[in-house]
Structure formats: C-alpha cells, structure tokens
Design a binder for this molecule. Structure first.
Ligand code: SAM
Length: 243
C-alpha cells in the first residue's frame, strides 16, 4: 500500500534533519511542500533532487486529488511545511484525512517542533500540557478564547507573531492573571533565548523581542480561585459600602 509520509523540517538550525527524514525525502516520488521555493533551499543543502509540488491551504482543492492519484498509482509521497511538523499550525489536515479515507498509509517521521522545544526548556510542568497554537488576531476574540481556557490546569503553549506579542501578553495578563510563563524565541538559531518570569516581568522586555516566538504559560492554579473569590468578595463589599 502506498504511503504518505509527514516529514518535519528544521525550525531554524538546518542540521536538525534526521537521517531517516532525509532518506524518505530522497526516496519518495514527489514532495508536497507548503512553499516549494523554501523547501528547494533545504533540498539543495542536502543534495536532494526529488520533484516538488505545491500543497497549501489555498490550492488544496487541486493538489489533494493529484496526491491521491499518485498514491493510487503505487507511488509514495512526502508532505513538508516551511518549518517543523506539517499540520501543526500548518497545512496538511485535509490531505491526511483524505489519504486515510482512501485507505492509504499515513506515517509520521520524528523531527523538529517549536512547541515541544519551548515546552521542555520552559521550566513549567510538562506533565500535562495543552497546545493551543495561534490565538485570534483581534483582541476581543483573543480574550474570549483565553476565557475559554482560563481554568484549565495544564501548561499551555501558544504560537505568536513578534508584532503582536505585547498586545497578546497584555490580554493574557488581563484574562489569566499574572501567571508564570516562558517566552522562547529564535529556537535552535544563533539568538535563541528563553525569557522566564511572570507575565508582567516578560512584558517589560517584550517590546525588544524580535524573531519567531512561542509563549509557554503556566496552567490554572487553585490559588487563582482564591484570588478570584477574594476579588469578587471585595467587589461585593465595595458595592454594599457604596449603598
Ligand atoms: N509547524 C511548525 C511547528 O511544528 O512548530 C509551526 C509553524 S507556525 C506557522 C509558525 C510559528 O511557530 C511561529 O509564529 C512561532 O510561533 C513558532 N516557531 C516556529 N519556529 C520557531 C523558532 N525557531 N523559534 C520560536 N518559535 C518558532
């Protein structure tokens, strides 16, 4: 049976390609890439000349049938995104579902993922965690999304763009309270940095933070309930006092 391989690519450091991932990229008949120019650079660095085809959110109506056709012809296909795992805040979800429903193999290959790198070095609990990915661009929607996960007691991982980091952290401070967090930036690259502290402390330096970044946020703690109840009681007291 033909196989669709999900192959992670480096999130910065080009050396983070496993020998197995490279062998698969060499052996498949085509690599479906989020951005073929980007993947071409990776392939050139490793002397791989496998054919590339474009597969992303905006052309998947056309690209998925082409990939299924190749699988039907007995060919194996690899899927890559620009960085890290395909499907993880990247294209590929529909393709995997279609491949499974057509009865072909789907196999994932191990490799780089920004969320995992950030989580394990954050210093926060890795015992239970929630990967959220990107919050909405708009503050009002973002706050609603944060409200939904406010009481989840698991470390939560968010992806964020550098130009939104201050606004997002402000919203997190407002909705989640001043929790412990880690801002992990430029992972596996020359300027890799982990900024650990409370949201307020990280906000003090956030304006100067550039590059790619992951927010790792502490989960809801029982103390937060006490704080919330205290706030509520204080508000009721104030209300009564004001007549
Ligand atoms: N598929 C990727 C993965 O498996 O990690 C994620 C792709 S998503 C479109 C891009 C986001 O991942 C960035 O906005 C950033 O939040 C995070 N990211 C990717 N590379 C990173 C890096 N080297 N350092 C920190 N964050 C990174």
């Amino acid at each position: 049976v033909s196989t669709l391989y999900l192959v992670p690519t480096p999130i910065g450091n080009l050396q983070e390609m496993t020998p197995r991932a490279l062998d698969i990229l060499k052996e498949v008949s085509v690599i479906a890439a989020e951005d073929t120019r980007n993947t071409k650079k990776l392939l050139m660095a490793y002397g791989i000349d496998t054919m590339l085809m474009s597969h992303h959110e905006h052309n998947q109506q056309v690209s998925i049938p082409k990939i299924i056709e190749r699988l039907e012809n007995g060919e194996n296909v690899a899927v890559v995104s620009d960085a890290g795992y395909p499907l993880v805040s990247d294209p590929g979800q529909k393709l995997v579902q279609e491949t499974i429903s057509h009865g072909f193999n789907v196999v994932s290959v191990s490799g780089a993922n920004a969320a995992m790198n950030a989580l394990v070095a954050s210093g926060l609990s890795c015992y239970h965690y929630l990967f959220y990915g990107f919050l909405d661009n708009k503050s009002s929607k973002r706050k609603k999304q944060l409200e939904e996960i406010k009481t989840i007691p698991y470390t939560t991982i968010f992806y964020e763009a550098p130009h939104r980091i201050e606004d997002t952290l402000q919203d997190m401070l407002e909705v989640l309270g001043n929790r412990q967090m880690c801002l992990a930036r430029e992972l596996t690259k020359v300027h890799e940095e982990y900024i650990r502290g409370t949201i307020e402390e990280v906000l003090e330096v956030a304006a100067t933070c550039k590059g790619e970044m992951v927010i790792v946020m502490d989960g809801f703690k029982q103390d937060d309930v006490v704080f919330d109840m205290y706030t509520a009681i204080t508000k009721v007291d104030e209300y009564i006092e004001s007549g």
